[in-house]
Design a protein around this ligand. Structure first.
Ligand code: ACO
Length: 223
């Protein structure tokens, strides 16, 4: 298989090679004008998207030493819905997800993790489901598909398992990962999804998980 490498010339530039922006988390080549332009455009859009200035009526469902989780429901005021849409757009772009119309838009629950710096640094979108299919093993790697696609093609059981809650998106800001934000979002979801009961890990399912999502879900659910 042919491997195409990208070379960069070290001409004594101030920044050389891959750089990670400390505010937006984008990895780009600082010496490459095209990359720099893409970064500037992304940076503005991203920081605007995750900015959270606080709402008069917010549904705080969990509080922590480093932030809080706010729940947004479909009939909440426009400003809350708009924020959820903005965050979802950023998340979908990062994940390469297509806009999927949910089966029951009225039953969607969105949990936003708000950091102490007033930024949305985590997002979980959940909906009611009736059944799920267990991921069985390593990804299928059909010869014809690109490596990116094949990472997403997990082999699933064709035996449906009863389930209650489907997680259609879970995302944590790149610079805040591995701080248990995703874990706290799922714990809070399990506590708040159905009034009066704490869902077991068998009752929740992650839809079409990415490699990161699968690693997290495997650890979280002990499977
Ligand atoms: N690699 C290996 N193990 C991992 C990873 C990883 N990338 N991420 C989480 N885990 C495991 C670890 O055991 C971790 O505990 P540890 O840090 O003590 O070892 C445990 O899961 C808990 O992790 P959290 O810190 O709670 O997870 P985090 O806040 O970093 O968020 C997430 C995980 C949401 C998958 C994040 O990496 C992310 O946003 N990735 C990009 C978006 C994405 O792919 N989302 C999943 C899409 S699938 C879907 O939406 C249904």
């Amino acid at each position: 298989k042919e491997i195409k490498d990208q070379f960069i010339i070290d001409a004594g530039q101030k920044h050389f090679g891959a750089t990670i922006c400390k505010s937006c988390g984008m990895i780009y080549t600082a010496s490459n004008p095209e990359d720099e332009l893409q970064h500037v455009q992304y940076h503005q859009r991203f920081l605007e998207g995750i900015k959270y200035s606080g709402w008069k009526k917010e549904r705080v469902v969990a509080e922590f030493w480093d932030g809080k989780i706010v729940l947004v429901l479909p009939h909440d005021p426009n400003y809350a819905i708009r924020k959820v849409e903005d965050v979802q757009e950023l998340v979908d772009n990062e994940l390469g997800f297509h806009q999927v119309t949910p089966k029951c838009p009225n039953k969607i629950k969105t949990f936003l993790f708000i950091s102490d710096e007033k930024k949305v640094v985590g997002c979980l979108i959940a909906e009611p489901i009736k059944q799920a299919f267990r991921v069985l093993s390593e990804p299928i790697r059909p010869e014809s598909s690109s490596s990116k696609e094949s990472h997403r093609a997990w082999q699933c059981s064709n035996v449906p398992q009863p389930a209650v809650c489907g997680i259609s998106r879970i995302w944590v800001f790149r610079l805040k990962r591995r701080k248990r934000i995703a874990r706290r979002l799922v714990d809070t979801l399990r506590n708040c999804f159905m009034f009066g009961c704490f869902l077991s890990t068998d009752e929740i399912a992650f839809s079409d998980p990415t490699p990161d999502g699968k690693l997290f879900a495997t650890k979280y659910c002990n499977t």
